[in-house]
Write a protein that binds this ligand. Structure first.
Ligand code: ZN
Length: 447
């Protein structure tokens, strides 16, 4: 191509002084032709003898089609008869299918977005709303599922997550909510698989929340357990998550039994002699720790050995120090995960730091103590006072978005008193946080 001609073409394509005129003329010509000839309109005949630039013709006929389209959409919907007219106009004007699809989609898209938002407003998509969406999608040249798939996948998923989160926060059964959502999403043409995958993160969070709540109470109701089991199954959670949740459930079930007074009965280890009729509930490796507050500071002595808890005594055996004392001699106690702290009359505070860092040893001790000595009600009061009420837990959970305050982990979560109750901490919102098990253990090491 000659350089001069090339420059001229570039110039024309940018400025094109004749363009507006020619497009307007072509538009007029075609519109008049359609009006006049109606069904017998033939593009080539109308354009006969005319010299024009192809892109001007394209612009003119696209403009005409868009005007017809706008008229069809004027009442917010495109009816069957209007679709027929549009189809006829597009054929008359010989608009290439690809261009036609693009125009139809771009026009329908904002209408679809608006209708979808309106339909989702109440969380349920009615048949009527579904029909309206189907109609809009069709005017856009797509089926409803294809339309959602193409443009509203993200919105659709957010919508589903939002409903799920709101419904379970309202104490609805998560499984029921899911079924309802699957039905709603089906109206948008979203498959069950899409719904399940969209909500899975919420389901996991929900399970964590139920577990953290149950850990705070040391009570897992059979309803909670069956909900969790249903969720694991319904949401096809990864095996690793299943194993971890199973572990947590097993511990919680054990804790629930212990709290209800159903203590495990086990054989005494060698070297531990039980009295006639005495029952052994627990034994495991532990360190016996004595704390003395001297003028020079705290003095701690430690003896690694084995701790046993029976229905009436704590028994400790080690190479350096062994001993046993009945529950009746205990005047105060404070126990938490892996630690049993007791005070006996006129004796220094002593602690048993269990190798088993679960809540089991402390729970067994508390339950055995309570059953052996029903008069120790003040201890129950103390325990009750450290219990975090449900509404506070709910707020704290939301404040931390179901994540560990220290490391942001989303698993093994527990409610924690920032300042321990034993040190004067209260149950108020500001003194309760969410910690994962690891961070909680690290924290109790420091205290
Ligand atoms: Zn953590």
């Amino acid at each position: 191509m000659a350089f001069g001609k090339w420059v001229k073409q570039c110039f024309e394509s940018v400025v094109d002084p004749d363009k507006e005129n020619e497009v307007a003329e072509l538009t007029q010509l075609l519109q008049a032709g359609i009006k006049e000839r109606k069904r017998s309109f033939v593009l080539a005949e109308v354009l006969q003898d005319r010299v024009y630039k192809q892109r001007h013709l394209d612009q003119a006929r696209n403009g005409i089609y868009q005007r017809y389209l706008a008229r069809a959409w004027a009442d917010g919907r495109v009816q069957e008869s209007e679709l027929e007219i549009l189809s006829w106009v597009s054929k008359c004007l010989d608009i290439p299918p690809q261009t036609l699809r693009a125009i139809n989609l771009e026009t329908a898209r904002p209408k679809f977005a608006e209708a979808l938002a309106k339909a989702m407003d109440d969380g349920i998509i009615s048949d009527l709303e579904a029909a309206e969406l189907t109609e809009i999608a069709r005017a856009g040249g797509l089926s409803l599922p294809n339309f959602v798939e193409k443009f509203f996948h993200i919105e659709g998923e957010q919508f589903l997550r939002g409903i799920f989160a709101a419904a379970i926060a309202d104490d609805h059964s998560a499984v029921d909510v899911l079924e309802q959502l699957v039905a709603t999403a089906a109206k948008l043409g979203l498959s069950r698989k899409v719904v399940v995958e969209a909500i899975r993160p919420q389901a996991v969070q929900y399970i964590e929340h139920v577990l953290a709540d149950a850990k705070e109470d040391d009570i897992l109701t059979s309803q909670e357990e069956s909900t969790i089991r249903q969720l694991i199954e319904t949401f096809e959670l990864p095996i690793a998550v299943q194993v971890y949740i199973d572990e947590e459930l097993r511990e919680l079930r054990l804790l629930t039994d212990i709290k209800n007074g159903k203590l495990p009965s086990i054989a005494a280890p060698p070297g531990v002699n039980l009295k006639a009729g005495e029952l052994m509930h627990y034994h495991g490796d532990a360190v016996w720790q004595f704390l003395r507050l001297l003028k020079s500071g705290p003095d701690i002595t430690e003896h690694p050995g084995v701790l046993a808890i029976t229905d009436s005594r704590l028994i400790f055996r080690s190479l350096t120090r062994s001993g046993a004392f009945g529950f009746g001699t205990i005047v105060a106690h404070d126990s938490s995960r892996g630690v049993i702290e007791v005070q006996r009359q006129a004796k220094p505070v002593q602690r048993f730091i269990c190798h088993d860092q679960s809540r089991i040893p402390a729970a067994i001790f508390l339950s055995a103590l309570r059953m052996a000595n029903q008069t120790l009600t003040s201890q129950d009061d103390k325990r009750r006072s450290r219990h975090i009420p449900r509404d506070i837990r709910q707020r704290v959970w939301q404040r931390y978005s179901g994540r560990c305050a220290e490391c942001n982990a989303g698993e093994y979560l527990e409610f924690d008193h920032i300042v321990p109750v034993a040190k004067g901490g209260s149950n108020s919102d500001v003194n309760v946080q969410l910690l994962c098990r690891n961070c909680n253990l690290k924290k109790s090491d420091k205290i």
